[in-house]
Every structure is written in C-alpha cells, then in structure tokens.
Design a protein around this ligand. Structure first.
Ligand code: MRU
Length: 325
C-alpha cells in the first residue's frame, strides 16, 4: 500500500510523497526542517486531515532535533491550513508531551502508528455497510494518501473489496485541485478496485438515475452536534443524497472530532483564485476573471446517515457520546 509519510530515522528526515505530482510521477519531497514541513502542508505536497496532523507532528520533532524554538515552530506549523482539526490536535499533543519532558519524535511516531490501526479499524467497521454489488460514490481523497495508510472513506471501500464484495466506486473529480481524479483514482488503480471518474456536476444525475447506492466521504472537522466540515462540494452531495434517499456516510477518526469549537470559531480555508482560474497551469478563464475558492464546506447533521469511526458507527446527533466509550 502507498505510504505517504515516512520517517527516516538514520537521516532524521521526513519523506513525503509529493501529491502535487500524482498521478503521473511518484516523487518524494524531503523535509529536513520544520519550515520544509510547513511549506509542504501549505502547498499541499501532503494533504488530507490525518496526514496533515502526522506531518506537522514530525515537523515539530524536526525543530526539537535541530534545537530550535519549539513554540515558534508550533506557531508556524499551526498557521499552515486552518480547517482540518487534526493539525491542531497533533501539534497540541506533541507540545504537551514536550512540556512533560518527553521526546517529540516519540510522540510523532506514536501518532503515526496509531493512525494506521485507526484507519484499518474504520475500514473493518464501515465495510459492513457495503453490500455486494453496491455502487459507492466518494468525494475528494480520503484514502491512504490522506492518512498514514488505508484512509478513512477509502478504507471502508478497500475492506469491502478485500472481503470479496463486488463494488464500483464513482469518484467525483473534485475541482479545483482534482484530488478525486488525480489521487483517489490513482489509489484505486493501484488496488485494482473498479472505478469511474465523474465531473462534480454529474453526481445529481447519477443519483436521479438510481445508479448510486451509497455515498462515503471523509471529514476535516466534526463538531459535537455532528456538523461535518469537509472538502467543498460535500454539502451539495449530502443535499442531493437526502433528496434521493441515498445513505450518506462520513468516515473519520476520533482525532477529527472537535467538541470545543462552535460554528463561529471555524475558519473555512480560502485558497488562491488561481486554483479556479487555471487547470494545471493553463489559464481557462478570461484575463480579468475573478473567482471564489473556498476549500471546504459545512454539512449539517440532519443530512448525515452515520459517522463511521474506529469506535463504531454513530448517528451524528449521538457522536458526542463517543467521549464515554
Ligand atoms: O484540501 P485537502 O485535500 O486537504 O482536503 C481533504 C479532504 O477534504 C478530505 O476529505 C479530509 O481531509 C479527510 S481525509 C481522510
């Protein structure tokens, strides 16, 4: 399986698959400093909520190894991307370990290794929702590339496939960064799981034709009432799924739950309008065109059938019960 994040103990370096180059080139981006890691997160060399968190943890470890100011590194890493809560969760966990006199690298490795098991469990638990013969739609990339391994939404799909279920995956291309067409398709190709890519605006028509049995997406942040923040376009899919009575699932680790923030505290990342006005460096819009480029949106709990976590599947309005498990 693809390993998007590798820690090289001998060299003391973080090796990331350069996701900007996929699917055509499998290249690696080496981080020797925490600034390299901050750049990698900001420029989306590495992306996806859990993968961002793990990388940031190693970034803080690099600062410690080099004897740099941990608080400065913490702030730089924290200011890379605002929406995925795993970034803040991982950095806070490492900072706490540091303040208790522990080695940050050990904590980063722990976060990394735990995530592999967590993603595996999400897949094992969630695959029970998938029937033989299902056509499952997914959005963006919530796969191995977005985590340590397996993925979240793609882990569910992966385990259904491993268990011999005959499934077809419909991948939203996911404009503007095309994580679906580029990354999810790359992963499914690698695993030989049958798929078709659609343009984002085709999803409704496929649902209307009765061709989608289930939808599974990942999450960047889940609030205590079950509100889900995820890649832009998730909300539209959830509304469509609701209208067409199609189960709509969100798969995410507990580290994506944010029980402390309210909606007003959440910053939806706005990225450069260039991502909309250009495709792969070719300008597609008129010279003076302006664009909006929100990277994430908000899906209310009433549109979500269930949230698949490593601890089980929860109704969105019951997700806060997870703290007692
Ligand atoms: O902008 P990205 O590519 O980091 O956004 C990724 C997503 O929105 C994923 O669905 C989410 O992070 C879950 S990844 C397991």
């Amino acid at each position: 399986m693809l390993k998007p994040i590798i820690w090289d103990d001998e060299k003391g370096e973080l090796i990331l698959i350069d996701q900007r180059k996929l699917p055509h080139n499998l290249e690696y981006f080496i981080c020797k400093t925490y600034e390299d890691v901050a750049y990698a997160i900001k420029d989306m060399v590495v992306r996806g909520a859990p993968a961002i968190g793990i990388s940031a943890a190693y970034g803080l470890a690099l600062a410690e190894i080099k004897g740099e100011n941990i608080y400065r590194a913490y702030n730089t890493l924290k200011n890379t991307r605002p929406t995925a809560v795993n970034l803040f969760w991982a950095l806070d966990r490492c900072l706490k370990a540091y303040e208790k006199g522990k080695k940050i690298l050990d904590e980063a490795k722990k976060i990394h290794n735990e995530d592999i098991e967590i993603c595996k469990n999400i897949g094992i638990i969630g695959e029970k929702l998938i029937n033989d013969g299902d056509t499952v739609l997914t959005h963006c990339n919530a796969g191995a590339l977005a985590t340590s391994a397996y993925g979240t939404a793609l882990s569910v799909i992966r385990f259904a496939h491993y268990n011999g279920k005959d499934i077809l995956v419909i991948i939203d291309e996911t404009r503007p960064r095309l994580q679906g067409a580029k990354l999810t398709a790359f992963e499914l190709e690698y695993e030989k799981i049958p798929y078709r890519i659609i343009t984002d605006n085709s999803a409704g028509f496929l649902m209307q034709k009765g061709e989608i049995d289930k939808i599974i997406v990942g999450a960047d942040r889940i609030l205590r009432d079950g509100t889900v923040y995820n890649k832009i376009g998730t909300y539209s899919l959830a509304v469509l799924a609701n209208y067409h009575n199609i189960p709509f699932y969100v798969a995410a680790p507990i580290s994506t739950l944010d029980f402390y923030s309210d909606e007003k505290d959440i910053k939806i990342e706005e990225r450069s309008e260039k991502e909309v006005l250009y495709i792969d460096n070719v300008r597609i819009a008129p010279k003076n065109a302006k664009a909006y480029n929100y990277a994430f949106d908000k899906t209310p709990p009433e549109l979500i059938t269930g949230i698949i976590t490593e601890k089980g599947i929860f109704k969105p309005n019951e997700i806060s019960k997870i703290v007692n498990i």
